[in-house]
Write a protein that binds this ligand. Structure first.
Ligand code: GLP
Length: 253
């Protein structure tokens, strides 16, 4: 895994957004795998701005998101569909019909998981998968467990994840306890993977993901096996990694 250090959150977002924009400019029909959470907010804000400034178009891009809460319709402000619509899709020229997320309200979840896997396959797989990192090492909503799960599946969220998500809901009872997430086959099948991490609170998870054993107890550790995985993290998130493990990356702007 290549590791690039950014100065801070803003710099991390810039470095990640530059890579996404460069890909979309050079390969306009790209299938982007997208993530939610706090980490990508600055990335999506930059992409939205660069679209508004006429630097990049998403007209031919197709997107598949990693995950969705179970039971939240797209109109719910905390659903990932709502997040994506408001943080990126409505700000750029992407065709709404080309934006895909798992349906957390599907009545037949087994069929929905299968549909999502087939959808990703029908798009030809993912060109670039953007990932955030959970405090427990999760990617998407692939929580620590006894085995890596290959396909899209329903997960029971860990208590620590539920607590982390509480900041976005009115009460603990309102935080969804289950979600549907893309599995490791589609994430690892992406041609390139970009892991974006910010903050000292993620430093321990970064060490485990990057230099610990590859184990389903730390889902992100599987990225060590990916042929084109890049971690872009700010110095706070890299603070527990030995300096020799980082390629310090200077800003060329
Ligand atoms: C959430 C999402 C992940 C995200 C992670 C980190 O639960 N399902 O896709 O990457 O947790 O979130 P944040 O960026 O808010 O720290």
């Amino acid at each position: 895994m290549r590791i690039y250090a950014a100065e801070n959150y803003e710099d991390m977002c810039l470095k990640v957004a530059e890579r996404i924009a460069a890909l979309v400019i050079t390969e306009p029909c790209s299938v982007l795998g997208l993530a939610t959470g706090s980490t990508p907010l600055g990335i999506y804000a930059l992409l939205s701005r660069w679209y508004a400034d006429g630097h990049v178009s998403f007209r031919q891009v197709r997107t598949v998101n990693l995950d969705e809460y179970l039971g939240l319709a797209g109109s719910h402000p905390q659903s990932y569909r709502y997040y994506m619509d408001h943080r990126l899709f409505q700000n750029v020229d992407i065709r709404p019909a080309n934006t895909y997320l798992p349906d957390g309200t599907a009545s037949d979840l087994t069929a929905e998981c299968l549909r999502y896997d087939r959808l990703i396959a029908s798009l030809g797989g993912i060109r670039l998968q953007l990932l955030g990192l959970g405090h427990n090492g999760h990617i998407g909503f692939n929580e620590p467990g006894d085995a890596f799960v290959p396909g899209t599946h329903v997960v029971a969220l860990e208590e620590s994840t539920i607590q982390a998500n509480l900041r976005l809901f009115d009460s603990i009872d309102a935080v969804p306890r289950r979600a549907v997430t893309m599995g490791m086959r589609d994430i690892m099948g992406a041609k390139s993977v970009l892991l974006a991490v910010s903050g000292a609170d993620k430093a321990e998870a970064v060490v485990k993901a990057v230099s610990g054993p590859v184990t389903p107890q730390v889902p992100a550790s599987i990225l060590q096996l990916h042929p084109d995985a890049t971690l872009i993290a700010d110095k706070a998130a890299l603070s527990l990694l030995h300096e020799i493990e980082c390629i310090y990356y200077t800003n060329i702007q």
